[in-house]
Design a protein around this ligand. Structure first.
Ligand code: F6P
Length: 558
């Protein structure tokens, strides 16, 4: 039985933070000038990550109160409850054990009578063996050709994680092997991703935790039809059920917790990799949901990715709150969101390989913490879940940074950068990676320290446009650096965000592991579908706006 949530607003630290926020006049210039030790005191090492919090809007009393708040809401007990498999996902009565997916083989964890570590490694081994067979060419398509393209069909956590990791770890992939990802039920997605593909060298992975998701099952059926049509057109597969079954067995595998449904769909359960209901979709990239990744980068690299996750798990579980980076970052987000009025949070990787990382984080953070009730069903007592967004630098600099620098919104930012480039190119005498990083350093500096009116005037700016050229500064940023974007570092980064999301959820007293808010739209899509198909009675049942929109569609479709 899980404990009742503490109302954070009833705690002493919350009251202190409220008072601190009332009289808060951030002045990063003065804080840095008066404290030469500020950066050292606010820089932390977590495994391979180097995290500088000193350009954040915090003072020692704020930091102490945030840590006090974490203690008052029982963060450490909740961390332990999660790691040991208590059913902290109360609305689904489930343990939350994504951290078990990356436990080493010799670890021990038994939850609800299940030897979790043994089960995890059995499935990993099965996935690794399959990945090796595909990579070596031993696994072939129905005409005996090795696989060249792996298409993952999934959505949400069954897509965003694999696609983000695929993009991030491209340099680690096997030459001659490519992954594509089909997620949207918009038929364009499947049409574009299968365009020009050789069916004989294509392997589909249908990835769905529940194996009930409309988009994924529809796309899987379309993909099956595409495969059979193409193979039959080439005359390499005959007509009839038996021939179809043979082709599907060679070209389709599945990843799911619902093995019975996979088999109903027509995929051989021998070619199915399983996981468990204690893995949330948005926390599942490190399970067999990552099969496409394991094929692409190989088992050894996949194991390094898991090792990175695990190292950050250990840091989160065992490091005192004062130096616990995911906890500190989560608490900082609470400070900005609940006390200083920030409603969004930008993630700005200075790495083109991380271009899907913000999108991945959107599901992780917003599906987890976009809640209005607490884990005991009572209303939340304060604002929750901020909007996460972002794009890689330097592209974002030429698009939306204007608003971060000079707009009226407070937008905390995370900058992520790596000391070593994957591609060390030179432009004449200049090292392009150094130039790239100069932009990252410059942006955090500009955000923090701004430019005063006097400084603008000193540059000879005409008085009339001085105000427009002033940068107020005191715009917070966290800088996260690592030696290089390796599989292990990527695992650490993902786990870092998983745990800061959890920290925020604990402060707010919410269940960060359910997602009931996505259900109504799914139900209504089923209810609306007949009307869209032209059923007049179903159309009459719709509200006037929806009816009118469907009528427009019916009148204009070709
Ligand atoms: O609709 C939301 C959701 O349930 C996500 O939480 C999940 O990642 C996604 O759909 C896909 O679900 P599944 O893996 O079961 O197909």
């Amino acid at each position: 039985m899980t404990t009742a949530p503490v109302d954070p607003t009833s705690t002493g630290p919350w009251r202190t933070l409220t008072q601190l926020a009332e009289n808060f006049r951030p002045d990063l210039r003065a804080w840095f000038a008066s404290d030469p030790d500020r950066t050292r005191a606010l820089t932390f090492e977590a495994v391979d990550l180097h995290i500088d919090l000193s350009k954040n809007l915090i003072t020692p009393p704020v930091a102490q109160s945030l840590i006090g708040l974490a203690r008052a809401v029982g963060l450490q007990q909740r961390i332990e409850a999660m790691f040991t498999g208590e059913h902290i996902n109360v609305t689904e009565d489930r343990a939350v054990l994504h951290t078990a997916l990356r436990l080493p083989r010799d670890a021990e964890l038994e939850v609800d009578g299940q030897d979790v570590v043994a089960d995890v490694h059995t499935e990993l081994d099965k996935m690794y063996a399959f990945a090796d067979r595909v990579r070596s060419g031993e696994w072939t398509g129905v005409t005996g050709k090795p696989v060249q393209t792996v298409i993952n069909i999934g959505i949400g956590g069954s897509d965003l994680g694999p696609v983000m990791v695929y993009e991030a770890l491209k340099p680690y992939g096997k030459l001659g092997l490519e992954c594509r990802f089909i997620s949207n039920i918009d038929p364009t997605d499947l049409a574009e991703k299968t365009f020009g593909l050789d069916p004989e060298t294509t392997l589909f992975i249908v990835a769905s935790k529940t194996f009930t998701t409309l988009e994924t099952l529809t796309n899987a059926r379309l993909a099956k039809a595409w495969l059979l049509d193409q193979l039959r057109e080439r005359g390499v597969v005959g007509e009839g059920e038996e021939a179809a079954r043979g082709a599907v067995a060679q070209h389709f595998v599945a990843v799911s917790t619902a093995l019975d449904k996979v088999s109903e769909f027509g995929i051989d359960t021998d070619n199915t990799f399983g996981f468990w209901d204690w893995v949330g979709g948005r926390y599942s990239v490190d399970s067999v949901i990552g099969t496409s990744i394991a094929i692409f980068i190989g088992p050894e690299r996949f194991a390094e990715l898991l090792g990175g996750f695990h190292a950050m798990d250990d840091h989160f579980r065992t490091t005192p709150l004062e130096r616990n980076v995911p906890a500190l970052l989560g608490l900082l987000n609470v400070w900005y969101g609940n006390f200083l009025g920030a409603r969004t949070h930008a993630v700005l990787p200075y790495s083109q390989y991380l271009h899907r990382f913000p999108a991945y984080l959107q599901q992780l953070t917003m599906e987890s913490n976009g809640k209005s009730v607490r884990w005991d069903g009572s209303p939340v007592t304060t604002a929750t879940g901020e909007v996460f967004w972002g794009e890689p630098g330097t592209n974002g600099q030429h698009a939306f940074y204007q608003l971060i620098h000079q707009g009226t919104e407070l937008i905390p930012t995370d900058f992520i950068a790596f000391a070593n480039p994957t591609h060390a190119l030179r432009d004449g005498e200049s090292d392009v990676h150094a130039l790239f990083l100069a932009n990252f350093f410059a942006q955090t500096k500009a955000l923090a320290f701004g430019k005063t009116a006097d400084e603008v005037r000193e540059e000879g700016t005409p008085e009339a446009i001085v105000p427009a050229r002033v940068f107020p500064g005191n715009r917070p940023s966290t800088s996260i650096m690592a030696p290089a974007l390796t599989p292990a570092v990527l695992g650490q980064l993902i786990a870092l965000y998983e745990h800061l999301t959890f920290t925020q959820g604990v402060v707010w007293g919410i269940d960060s592991f359910d997602q009931w808010g996505v259900e109504l739209g799914k139900q209504l899509a089923k209810q609306v579908a007949p009307a869209v198909d032209g059923d007049r009675d179903a159309l009459a049942e719709q509200d006037q706006s929806t009816r009118s929109l469907i009528e427009y569609y019916l009148a204009h479709r070709a």
